[in-house]
Design a protein around this ligand. Structure first.
Ligand SMILES: C[S@@+](CC[C@H](N)C(=O)[O-])C[C@H]1O[C@@H](n2cnc3c(N)ncnc32)[C@H](O)[C@@H]1O
Length: 205
């Protein structure tokens, strides 16, 4: 059957807080959020910095984590969906060693991380979990630590991906973090409708 006549996938699970939701989508190869490579703003950001211990939560296929690993960065990438982890291992070859199964809200890195990379993870969480996300990133990063990546901003019209008004992100992160960078993503994926922004936040002391 050609791509054009392929029926739309159907899914049994609707709760994005359940790993089974993501398992189904990875099993069926339905991953419209997956860039299949390393986005430009992230590449430039990393190339301008010294190595630092990095955590990639909700990594999916983990392209960026594999790229960091190949550059010699100390990186750990986690995903709570067994099928996402299996997909990353199949996709990344030896660099897949940096990907492990874990729930961001329960996982503690062996060594404290200094950078958390965000891509399509916060917007994958049901909105009721956003405060827990902000608390967890603040807990995991020391003063001066960075939360950097892509944030899907706009009116919330359901999801995932769940867009978030810019003021809500500000209210969520500003108590614990100072924003250092904020610009449109140069090459947004269609699923994010041009509303992804590259931002860097520094943990307050
Ligand atoms: C939209 S996908 C994004 C994957 C990847 N960051 C990317 O950009 O391709 C969201 C991912 O977050 C994972 N996820 C959701 N909640 C999680 C949690 N509490 N802990 C770890 N991973 C989680 C899902 O299994 C899924 O692979």
């Amino acid at each position: 059957m050609s791509e054009t006549t392929k029926p739309a996938p159907t899914f049994a699970t609707r709760n994005a807080a359940d790993p089974a939701f993501w398992d189904e989508r990875f099993e069926q190869g339905f991953t419209p959020w997956d860039q299949g490579g390393v986005p430009e703003e992230f590449r430039q950001f990393i190339e301008s910095r010294a190595l630092c211990r990095t955590l990639v939560p909700g990594c999916g296929n983990g392209w960026e984590a594999a790229w960091l690993f190949e550059r010699g960065w100390p990186v750990t990438a986690i995903d709570f969906s067994p099928q996402a982890v299996a997909s990353a291992w199949r996709t990344l070859g030896p660099a897949g060693a940096v990907v492990q199964q874990g729930d961001f809200f329960a996982f503690t890195p062996q060594q404290a991380c200094e950078l958390i990379y965000e891509r399509a993870f916060l917007c994958a969480l049901p909105p009721a979990m956003r405060a827990d996300y902000a608390a967890r990133v603040a807990q995991l990063l020391p003063p001066g630590g960075l939360l950097a990546g892509y944030f899907y901003l706009g009116e919330n019209r359901g999801g995932p991906p769940f867009a978030m008004p810019a003021e809500e992100l500000e209210a969520l992160l500003a108590p614990g973090f100072e924003r250092l960078e904020d610009r449109s993503s140069a090459a947004p994926l269609p699923v994010f409708q041009g509303q992804e922004r590259w931002q860097v936040w520094r943990r307050r002391g």
